[in-house]
Design a protein around this ligand. Structure first.
Ligand SMILES: [Zn+2]
Length: 436
């Protein structure tokens, strides 16, 4: 594929006053993801909206026209930036619907501990895990958190991610949760990506509340929730429901209050054990239940009934040495499935391409289902389906040019980077070095 680079050519407009327009043409395969409305499930989860010799035309930050190259050129013969995408796959930018991208410090030492057989709980007992990151994040300045977060977002963009959900949860007190949420917004601004912030005050019990979990729950649904909603800092409220973290009853109290003040519920559900997280997500009409490695049949049925989206995070199974969620069972039950990286200090994974490949090999998704899961269904999982997740007129021009001969290579290649060009809101955000 080395010869590919010379085929993409860009000619830039001569004057900045010229309305910005973009034309990508001759894509061997354009995956529009257009088709059935709503989160895709059952057979619709495999609809990629494939157009051979496809083209996309955008003005400013929005897509204006999509079709075959001859159709689009007949209506829009030129643009201020033109890309010849012969021999490539063009598709919507990846939407990463579950990350914890803003935090201080790192936890590389835990890899040795995992190699020696220590579990997630053993590592937490040794002073690693979430609470180590909480200590470092509380000590960190807002500017540094935002800059580190922006650097990680740029790395994710280089792998094709153009919209990212990002959670708080390493502050665990009102001031520090606000600091992290403000840093998330600033990181997105610096990196030029759209970021959707989620309040995850119920991520762990902080040390000063050791042995008093109910008192901490009261703080979360009282002062902390008020602090983050008064500034409109978050769109969603998430709770880590699992053994050693928060119970279903505690999560129900937090999410009920969050919903009253305008935050949509999400749940970290059944990652380490089955504690009823999937069923709670359905009961709360959460937009998504995430992880689901140990979800019960009843929980999955309830999710299907309420249309709760399952967000699978296979890189975390890889990094935490825990079972992979059964995506095949979720698809068979009619649950819409999304996938994310879960980027966090335990799972340092920037690549949605790797998440797609892992989802195919270990969660039982087909490559087409995994692509839907990483784009349109992920957009639904973070409430951004009006703007991103597919290549359709009116949506943001968030587009990838991938140096692969067919979309099936996305589930096939492990750990590389097929991205040649990333377009964010109609502008070229990233180009592989050497691409002309
Ligand atoms: Zn998470």
């Amino acid at each position: 594929m080395m010869a590919r680079a010379h085929k993409v050519r860009a000619t830039r407009g001569e004057r900045r006053s010229t309305p910005a327009s973009l034309l990508i043409m001759h894509a061997s395969e354009l995956l529009t993801l257009g088709g059935t409305p709503g989160p895709r499930r059952w057979d619709a989860a495999s609809e990629l909206g494939l157009i051979e010799d496809g083209a996309v035309y955008a003005e400013q930050d929005r897509i204006v026209d999509v079709g075959t190259t001859s159709q689009v050129l007949s209506r829009h013969p030129r643009a201020s930036v033109q890309l010849d995408a012969t021999g490539t796959v063009v598709m919507p930018g990846f939407v990463d619907p579950h990350t914890h991208v803003v935090f201080a410090g790192s936890r590389e030492r835990e890899v040795e501990w995992k190699s020696q057989g220590l579990s997630y709980a053993d590592i937490a007992a040794r002073g690693g895990g979430i609470l180590q990151t909480v200590g470092a994040t509380r000590d960190a300045k807002e500017e540094g958190l935002a800059q580190d977060g922006a650097n990680r977002l740029r790395a994710m963009a280089a792998f094709g991610t153009t919209t990212v959900e990002a959670k708080s949860g390493y502050g665990l007190d009102p001031d520090n949760e606000r600091k992290v949420l403000r840093s998330i917004v600033e990181a997105g601004r610096i990196a030029g990506l759209d970021v959707v912030p989620t309040f995850l005050g119920a991520h762990a019990i902080p040390p000063e509340f050791g042995g008093r979990p109910e008192a901490y729950v009261d703080l979360v649904l009282g002062d902390m929730l008020e602090a983050v909603t008064s500034d409109g800092l978050a769109s969603f409220c998430d709770v880590f429901v699992d053994v050693g973290y928060f119970s279903v009853d505690q999560a129900r109290r937090i999410l009920t209050k969050a919903r009253e003040v305008g935050l949509r519920p999400k749940v970290h559900a059944d990652e380490l054990s089955d504690t009823g997280g999937a069923a709670l997500a359905a009961e709360m009409q959460a937009v998504s239940a995430d992880h689901l490695n140990h979800a019960s049949s009843e929980g999955i049925e309830a999710m299907s009934h309420e249309g709760v989206i399952a967000v699978l995070l296979p890189a975390t199974s890889l990094a935490s040495h825990i079972p992979f969620a059964d995506g095949r069972r979720l698809v068979a039950a009619g649950v819409p499935v999304a996938i994310g990286t879960d980027f966090n200090p335990n799972t340092w994974c920037e690549s949605m391409q790797l998440a797609i490949a892992l989802a195919c090999h270990h969660n039982g998704l087909t490559p087409a289902e995994a692509i839907t899961a990483a784009t349109l269904n992920a957009a639904h999982a973070i409430g951004r389906e009006q703007d991103v997740g597919s290549v359709e007129s009116g949506k943001l021009a968030d587009l990838l040019v991938l140096d692969i001969p067919s979309w099936r290579h996305l589930g096939y290649r492990l750990g590389g980077n097929a991205v040649e060009t990333v377009v964010k809101r109609g502008r070229i955000l990233h180009r592989r070095p050497g691409t002309r």
